[in-house]
Design a protein around this ligand. Structure first.
Ligand SMILES: *Cc1c(COP(=O)(O)O)cnc(C)c1O
Length: 384
């Protein structure tokens, strides 16, 4: 079966002429770095989410790091997050001099379990960092209630959740801060990029300053036609700003965010129908009165039921020239966290099991109907 078909790249972004032309226009304008296109992308993103205070940065990891700095915690304070996430969620906590604490996921929803969060709270706990896994919203009613009762901040990792809504509210508006990713595989892509939403204007001002070396407000305008302006360094900041070249892509990706979401929803339902009779666990159906972002379509391969191990399934799909992903081996599977925090996968059994069984199938809006049919036939071939 291999040979003729090009390899189906997992998470390939759909790049169209509009963003190509916008990038070319940026190149020709001579303004490559942070400038008017970043400002426009920020305005467009804020309008899409219905919020006021946003800051574009160069990754979600940077967004998380700066959010935790702006939250004003003290070194060694604890932040509770999920073991079923990308390492960046945890690393950002560590970079901010804070201590990550894991609370296991709900085995069905794969999102952080509020009861486990509550059990992990100590006098040093300052924040909860929920991840809306695969684009499915966390139980924000319960998390918000816990946060209020224990005076904790909420920092949402919305890397999968641009389009997500929960009980009529937008993901990213529950937290004091929320962080989005525009990495190549994400629902809106700028290659690399990120965005922060903050509830308070002064927090976004501090994040913008920290993202550009700690230079005083609007330092990026110092080379504009308004005349040279001196800046002051008021904190030891970072180099986390987004470039106009990235925003040029993002503006048009964001224009098509709903169209792409509809297409992924279609693919999602086709997979559900096609795999209903297979010995696989399909993604949990979206909860009522919520909107799933359809970022990842994950199936669980339980070797006892499926007759094939997860890793053999990954290899067989790759041999069929279908790119697949793993989201994620649980955080405590990695040696760094075992050594630094003494975590063991068995301590978070639901995340461990999911991490050892999960496979993400291609869900890019770039997939043609023929591609989708090919993925379905490949899965049926491998499992059948
Ligand atoms: C992709 C991702 C990140 C990191 O995003 P970057 O923009 O690559 O820094 C963080 N958290 C989750 C859940 C992600 O999927």
């Amino acid at each position: 079966m291999s040979g003729e078909r090009p390899f189906l790249i997992f998470g390939a972004p759909q790049i169209e002429d509009a963003e190509i032309a916008e990038v070319v226009a940026s190149m020709k304008s001579g303004w490559l770095g942070t400038g008017p296109k970043v400002a426009r992308f920020e305005r467009d993103f804020a309008a899409y989410k219905g919020v006021e205070h946003v800051a574009a940065v160069n990754s979600c990891t940077a967004a998380l790091h700066l959010s935790m700095l702006a939250a004003g915690f003290s070194p060694g304070d604890e932040v509770i997050t999920t073991p079923l996430t990308f390492c960046a969620s945890v690393n950002a906590i560590i970079h901010a001099d804070l201590r990550p604490v894991m609370a296991d996921v709900d085995p069905e929803t794969m999102n952080i379990d509020p009861a486990r969060v509550e059990a992990a709270i100590t006098p040093r706990t300052r924040a909860i960092l929920p991840v809306h896994f695969a684009g499915r919203p966390c139980d924000m009613d319960a998390l918000r209630e816990i946060a209020e009762r224990h005076d904790l901040r909420i920092i949402e990792d919305c890397a999968h959740a641009i389009e997500t809504q929960y009980h009529g509210e937008q993901a990213g508006t529950f937290g004091d801060f929320s962080c989005f990713s525009f990495y190549a595989t994400k629902n809106v892509s700028t290659g690399e990029g990120g965005m922060v939403i903050a509830r308070r204007e002064e927090d976004i001002a501090r994040i913008k300053m920290l993202a550009l070396h700690g230079m005083s407000r609007d330092a990026w305008k110092r080379f504009s036609d308004e005349g040279y302006k001196h800046y002051q360094v008021v904190e030891c900041g970072f180099k986390y700003n987004m470039m106009d070249l990235q925003a040029a892509i993002g503006i048009h990706q964001l224009d098509r965010v709903e169209q792409s979401w509809l297409r992924r929803g279609e693919i999602w339902r086709r997979y559900n129908d096609a795999f209903a009779d297979l010995p696989l666990t399909l993604p949990p159906p979206p909860e009522a009165n919520t909107r799933h972002a359809y970022h990842l379509y994950t199936v669980l391969v339980d070797e006892d039921r499926a007759g094939i191990s997860r890793d053999a399934f990954l290899n067989a799909m790759t041999a069929h020239r279908v790119g697949v992903g793993v989201h994620y081996m649980s955080v405590p599977e990695h040696p760094y966290y075992q050594q630094a925090y003494g975590w063991q996968p068995e301590d978070y059994p639901h995340a461990m099991r999911i991490g050892r069984q999960t496979v993400s199938l291609p869900l890019s809006p770039k997939l043609s109907d023929d591609d989708v049919a090919f993925v379905i036939a490949s899965v049926r071939d491998v499992i059948g």
